[in-house]
Write a protein that binds this ligand. Structure first.
Ligand SMILES: NC(=O)c1ccc[n+]([C@@H]2O[C@H](COP(=O)([O-])OP(=O)(O)OC[C@H]3O[C@@H](n4cnc5c(N)ncnc54)[C@H](OP(=O)(O)O)[C@@H]3O)[C@@H](O)[C@H]2O)c1
Length: 329
């Protein structure tokens, strides 16, 4: 028997979430690697699944948890053997395939990547999909030719998981980062992560003109909606906006003006199905480039049972940084 969070759909469509004991036979059969999970985390998507706020779960019952780190217990996959240390991010795990907010999982070996030696399983989950996505955004800015000499980089949703780690990464790479937040009380925290300047997200979250004063060489946006539209409208000629999230909304109330009159590039970032080579490159960068002291200041450890209590706070945008789940606590 092992502990897991189990989600069931109630007759009225709401989600029932409980910590339960499961047996191996209850794990999905479509997987060639059985793993022990040491740490998981709550990303925004996990909070949506646990609270039932959005139809993230596509199969019931479901163990949530899109991220996990731990050790391989048994494998029939050629690349994995007992004792190997792994990281799992995405691939529909915790949505359509039972996930990692549990002490055990059966996964596909093709989904796993080796945990870099430089980071522990706990650190890997402090980074999690949020940090790996922040790295995909930072890499995309570089790929599009945004350099530290190009100008300021705007990071929206700055006090959240993606935002906080994007600030840590981009400031370490020498960029001047401007953090947009709804929590101006966190200005000291955001500056300690590396933000050169902190702005009130109210400057960006209301409907705005399609073209505005040019401010940003690059943008990491995890918020969507008007925030993304205004960020695009304020991006300099030839600048790049990376869009990865929808904390404000899924809509994009913009026009083509920034694209056809300023050559602004809008790059979509999808961590869930990102190709293996890109994942390996992102995790290699994360293991080398993340300031571990800063990462520890943005991380709180919680237990499996705490997930049920904290998930609504994640949806309400009340969490600063990252929640790491010790599934054995
Ligand atoms: N594309 C992908 O592969 C991918 C991967 C990971 C995450 N995501 C998405 O990225 C987003 C952020 O994820 P996360 O893990 O960083 O979540 P998070 O830790 O909950 O952070 C989200 C942040 O967005 C801001 N925010 C919340 N509600 C808002 C609102 N109504 N209007 C404006 N800003 C708001 C808040 O920051 P401030 O208070 O500082 O403004 C909040 O801390 C989510 O939508 C998530 O689904 C996508």
């Amino acid at each position: 028997m092992f502990s897991a969070i189990l989600l069931n759909k109630n007759a009225d469509g709401t989600t029932d979430a409980q910590v339960v004991q499961l047996e191996d036979v209850q794990l999905p059969s479509d997987g060639d690697v059985v793993v022990r999970i040491d740490y998981s985390t709550i990303n925004y998507k996990d909070a949506l699944a646990v609270t039932g706020k959005s139809p993230v779960v596509r199969k019931w019952p479901m163990v949530p948890g899109i991220d996990g780190a731990g050790e391989v217990l048994a494998s029939s996959h050629a690349d994995w053997k007992t004792g190997d240390q792994f990281i799992l991010n995405g691939y529909g795990v915790g949505e359509a395939h039972m996930g990692c907010l549990a002490q055990r999982a059966r996964l596909k070996g093709d989904w796993l990547i080796p945990r870099p030696l430089a980071i522990s399983a706990r650190t890997a989950m402090a980074i999690g999909t949020a940090g790996y996505t922040a790295m995909l955004c930072a890499m995309a800015l570089e790929e599009q030719g945004v350099t530290k000499e190009s100008g300021d980089i705007l990071v929206t949703g700055a006090s959240g998981g993606v935002g906080s780690i994007a600030i840590v990464i981009l400031s370490a790479w020498g960029y001047r980062v401007v953090a947009s937040t709804g929590k101006l009380s966190e200005t000291g925290y955001l500056k300690s992560l590396g933000a050169a300047e902190v702005i009130d997200r109210n400057e960006l979250s209301a409907p705005g003109k399609p073209l505005q004063k040019e401010r940003w060489a690059g943008v990491v946006d995890s918020v969507g909606s008007h925030m993304l539209a205004n960020a695009v409208a304020q991006t300099r000629c030839g600048g790049t906006v990376t869009a990865c999230g929808l904390a404000q909304g899924m809509d994009f109330p913009s026009t083509v003006a920034p694209f056809i009159l300023r050559g602004v590039k809008l790059i979509g970032i999808d961590s869930v199905m990102a190709p293996r080579a890109k994942r390996l490159a992102a995790w290699d960068h994360l293991a080398r480039d993340i300031d571990m002291e800063k990462l520890s200041t943005i991380t709180q450890g919680i237990s499996l049972a705490d997930v049920l209590l904290r998930a609504p706070d994640v949806i309400a945008g009340k969490i600063r940084g990252r929640l790491v789940v010790d599934v054995n606590a």
